[in-house]
Design a protein around this ligand. Sequence first.
Ligand SMILES: O=P(O)(O)OC[C@H]1O[C@](O)(CO)[C@@H](O)[C@@H]1O
Length: 386
Amino acid sequence: MPDGCLPPRLLNSDPEGFAWGVWHDRTPRLVAGIRDAHPYGPEQRDALDALLEEVASGMMSPLPRAAHDHDLWAGWGRERFGRPWAEAPFLWSESYFYRRLLEAVGYFGTGPWRGVDPFGHLKSAELTDPELEADLAAPADQEKLPAGERGEAKLLASLWGNRADLGFRIGRERNDARAEDLVSDDRARLWPLLGPSARVVLVADNAGRELLADLVLIDHLLEHGLAAEVHLHLKPQPYMVSDATPSDLAACVQRLASVPGTPADIAARLTRAAAGTRLRVSAHPFYCAPQPYRDTPADLAAEYAASTLTLMKGDLNYRRLTGDRAWPATTPFTTAIAPFPAPVAALRTLKSDVLTGVPAATLTALDATGPAWRTAGTHALLQLSP
Ligand SMILES: O=P(O)(O)OC[C@H]1O[C@](O)(CO)[C@@H](O)[C@@H]1O
């Protein structure tokens, strides 16, 4: 679909929109939490306060001249800098906020906070949370299922693992009690794509629980003749609170390895696979860029094109696939996403406004329950294109 025919982008300025709560409620809480959790000096504290103030009521300013990626963002932000945050598209400005947050805490600087993940305390708390024991026990339970059901169980665990998102939990209680509903489900079309020579890309989303379930799924694909190789794509730097970086992958594999039995066996197999060519890990800079997949750079597009299937995890990837635009929710997923060079499946729990590919009858029934189902993470989808 040509650019001019696309529906409008979702903006920060809509008081009814999901973005409104992100900027007015979640962001101040997030920044306060980061301030409280670190022995930052006045420089980092002042910079965090200034960022919050700018976001709340000010004009968007560019990165400092000395930033390594100043020029890159200056190009991307040409039409945005000097204008109010409130007027910006949600997708673009949220990405830029996380880049600015790293700047504020000196992540790329030359001081003591260089390379220190400002969300690290949340991620490590999740890996040591006693509640994680149940997730670590799941792989052994899944192995007890009939052979034909194991893959399905692991795919669903990876999909629902997306609900366990640290940023999303800020300001909310976890609510595991709600029924787990798939509003759109292409699972039956996904499995036939896989096989002994398949090359699968898994674009990860969150560290901790979700990544753990993703790793169990990857191990299953490699061990059961469903993929010859899996390419695991991670974020190159801390992003959107809990998004998985290579350090988070290392921590997750170590956590698996610390539990004797099935989890430790999975960790050992994945470590061996990564040492060879069957599991490849990468962290392309585009994964922290403010653009939709419509603007995928050529090298990454070539990787997708060379794969049998790309699994895109999570809400943010869904927003980037669909351009974070106001699509009527019945629009077919394939129509809404940018032309993608090979089969792609979105595995997402619904945590923001954009939505496509939902049958009209499902929409009517769920909308009758109120608007929360669209953004509360209680519902999910698995959509495949083409
Ligand atoms: O981790 P996920 O599934 O991408 O979800 C994170 C969601 O939370 C938010 O960060 C909330 O702002 C959204 O941008 C994003 O859609």
